[in-house]
Design a protein around this ligand. Structure first.
Ligand SMILES: [Zn+2]
Length: 298
């Protein structure tokens, strides 16, 4: 009896060992997709579920503007079946790598997106607008079905479900900005939310010049913002959740304003990845904070 029990245990271990290897082999047959920043990683996962291997190049907490890839990341991008990036104005570091890749393997998700220009600068944070997010999803979908036509219907259905969720987000933003008391987002971080301002006709001010956090704001710009807060009587300063919030803290201290975080999702923390939070989770969290900070009337 004891012998049989042992025999069964060994047999089961062998079976599970074999099926583990089988799973690994199956994994290796899936297309490998490398994405640069979190929204692209999440959009791709929403469309593909478990049909592909998706990698995120940017480590948690790292700014996409000033990122330098390690040789290992470059190697992974080169051997991937698809490389997905935001556009030529965000991941400047990727342009050299893309030059030597087969163009069928590269997705520039900003294709067909209307870019915002401001004083010769181009705002690269396109994913902030849910309508842009839908265009980005379509760009990803179109290339995906070329490399994996077998799962075409599956991808199309998921993309269509996801775009319906993005439309709900769009309606939620419309309702938010139509019903807030204060029509200005005062932001102590770099210029991430310009696409919200453009689309929903709300003012958005940041002391940073240009669209990158690398050039710190001048004391004069900070002073102007403090004046604006004192003049409008607005009592909330939003700060950038991941990046150093010194500038927002100085402004809040000078004006006695309350500080609330906003997350641009271009750069996410370890806990967001660990807790499997999505782009939509982050955007809805922002909406709650905007409601609180701008005075939302139900
Ligand atoms: Zn940025």
């Amino acid at each position: 009896m004891k012998f049989i029990k042992h025999y069964i245990i060994i047999l089961f271990s062998l079976i599970s060992l074999f099926s583990c290897q089988l799973n690994n082999d199956l994994n290796n047959n899936k297309p490998d997709i490398v994405t640069t920043i979190f929204p692209l990683y999440d959009f791709t996962k929403q469309i593909t579920k478990d049909k592909v291997n998706v990698e995120l190049v940017l480590p948690p907490g790292v700014e996409p503007h000033s990122f330098e890839p390690k040789p290992r990341s470059i190697f992974e991008i080169r051997k991937a079946d698809l490389f997905i990036y935001t556009g030529d104005f965000l991941e400047v570091w990727a342009l050299n790598i893309i030059d030597v890749l087969d163009s069928d393997k590269v997705i520039n998700t900003s294709t067909n997106v209307t870019l915002i220009h401001n004083h010769e600068h181009i705002d690269p944070h396109i994913w902030i607008d849910p309508e842009n997010a839908k265009i980005m999803v379509d760009n990803i979908l179109n290339s995906l079905i070329k490399i994996d036509p077998e799962n075409k219907t599956f991808y199309e259905e998921n993309a269509s479900d996801y775009k319906a969720q993005l439309e709900e987000l769009n309606l939620c933003y419309q309702d938010l900005f139509a019903n807030v008391k204060h029509k200005t987002i005062i932001f102590g971080g770099h210029y991430v939310f310009g696409y919200l301002s453009e689309k929903y006709n709300i003012k958005y001010v940041s002391p940073y010049k240009g669209y990158s956090p690398d050039t710190l704001p001048t004391p004069r710009n900070i002073q102007n913002l403090i004046k604006l807060i004192n003049n409008t009587g607005q009592n909330t300063v939003f700060y950038e959740e991941i990046i150093n919030s010194d500038v927002a803290e100085v402004i809040a201290k000078e004006t006695k304003a309350k500080l609330l975080p906003l997350n641009g999702a271009g750069n996410v923390s370890k806990s967001i990845i660990k807790n499997n939070l999505t782009y939509l989770d982050i955007m809805y969290q922002n909406i709650e904070r905007l409601k609180e900070g701008l005075g939302y009337n139900e």
